[in-house]
Ligand binder design. Structure first.
Ligand SMILES: C[S@@+](CC[C@H](N)C(=O)[O-])C[C@H]1O[C@@H](n2cnc3c(N)ncnc32)[C@H](O)[C@@H]1O
Length: 309
């Protein structure tokens, strides 16, 4: 990657994630992902194999995405994992140390401590696949446009998974809670706040304030449109989390989600704090029933360049 990706500013707090949260969501992410897209990426890379394949993972966190993808894709693989969180990158380096490709060959994995803010057109030059999971709902329109431009410039394939679609539903056998929709709307509005992911300049304290609103639930369909306009063949697939309260791990994830939705909704609508708190208590009680299930919508996207005529 070229130098313009480098930024030393303080990450926006909404773009920092707890390693425990990433570990908690990993089984649900693995179950949700759409295998058809892996196979499309596999075939694209297989056709280019015979030389080392260059794979980039943006917003790698603790490395869940390369850990999932490496054994499903051909090689030889050279991964570059990019993130602005040094602690998560250290975990990624450790957890990805023994990755192998689908033919059992060891993958080569490097980490890069960088902010994604200053994405430039030639950042992916020479790469075969650019991937990310649970990332693009944080970015703004300007960043996504530059991302699509950089993918087109590189002529690489794109696999962007687990982008939220803004929908979730809690089914507990009762009539839907009247405040689910209120909390969901408040949470989605909170998610579209400016998270600093797109600004080209930072304030004097180093925290970005100039980026546009995060795309949130609109990110994946928007990326599909941008890549199609660049001549890519795009597949967009629904990849929801399906969480059952009867399963302890899934119940723990669901409980963390309820806490997160409560916190974001209360920050977005401080005047409704008591209403949101009461909703949270009711939904925690629902989660105590084994028959309760929660569906949280996501999109997976795969795209590859069209044939030039
Ligand atoms: C929700 S986590 C997903 C992590 C990982 N891809 C996974 O699926 O577990 C988002 C990741 O993006 C990183 N991130 C967010 N904004 C970033 C930015 N502007 N520059 C670099 N990394 C960023 C965070 O540090 C975090 O590791």
């Amino acid at each position: 990657m070229s130098a313009p990706l480098l930024r030393a500013d303080t990450p926006h707090p909404d773009t920092l994630f707890d390693a425990g949260w990433l570990a908690l969501r990993r089984p649900a992410d693995t179950a949700a992902r759409v295998d058809t897209l892996n196979r499309l990426a596999h075939d694209w890379l297989r056709a280019r194999a015979g030389r080392p394949l260059r794979l980039i993972d943006l917003g790698s966190g603790s490395g869940a995405n390369p850990r999932y993808l490496a054994p499903r894709l051909p090689g030889p693989q050279h991964w570059q994992l990019v993130d602005h969180d040094p602690a998560l990158l250290a975990l990624a380096q450790g957890s990805c140390g023994l990755l192998c490709d689908s033919d059992g060959r060891p993958a080569d994995v490097n980490t890069l401590l960088r902010s994604l803010h200053m994405l430039s057109e030639d950042d992916f030059a020479g790469s075969d696949l650019v991937s990310a999971s649970a990332l693009i709902d944080l970015v703004d329109e300007g960043w996504l446009v530059r991302f699509a431009d950089a993918c087109a410039y590189a002529g690489c394939a794109v696999l962007i998974t687990l982008s939220v679609d803004g929908h979730w539903v809690i089914e507990d056998g009762e009539v839907a809670d009247p405040d689910d929709a209120f909390v969901r709307t408040a949470f989605n509005a909170h998610q579209q706040r400016n998270k600093g992911a797109g600004a080209a300049s930072a304030a004097s304290d180093g925290v970005d304030r100039n980026a546009g609103p995060a795309l949130g639930a609109r990110a994946a369909p928007r990326l599909a449109t941008l890549l199609e306009a660049q001549g890519f063949r795009v597949t967009l697939a629904y990849s929801p989390w399906l969480l059952h309260a009867a399963d302890a791990g899934q119940r723990a994830l669901a409980a963390a989600l309820l806490d997160g939705w409560r916190a974001a909704a209360a920050e977005q609508c401080p005047h409704a704090a008591a209403r949101i708190e009461a909703w949270h208590v009711r939904r925690q009680l629902a989660l105590a029933r084994e028959s309760t299930r929660i569906e949280v919508g996501h999109f997976d996207l795969y795209a590859e360049p069209g044939v030039e005529i």
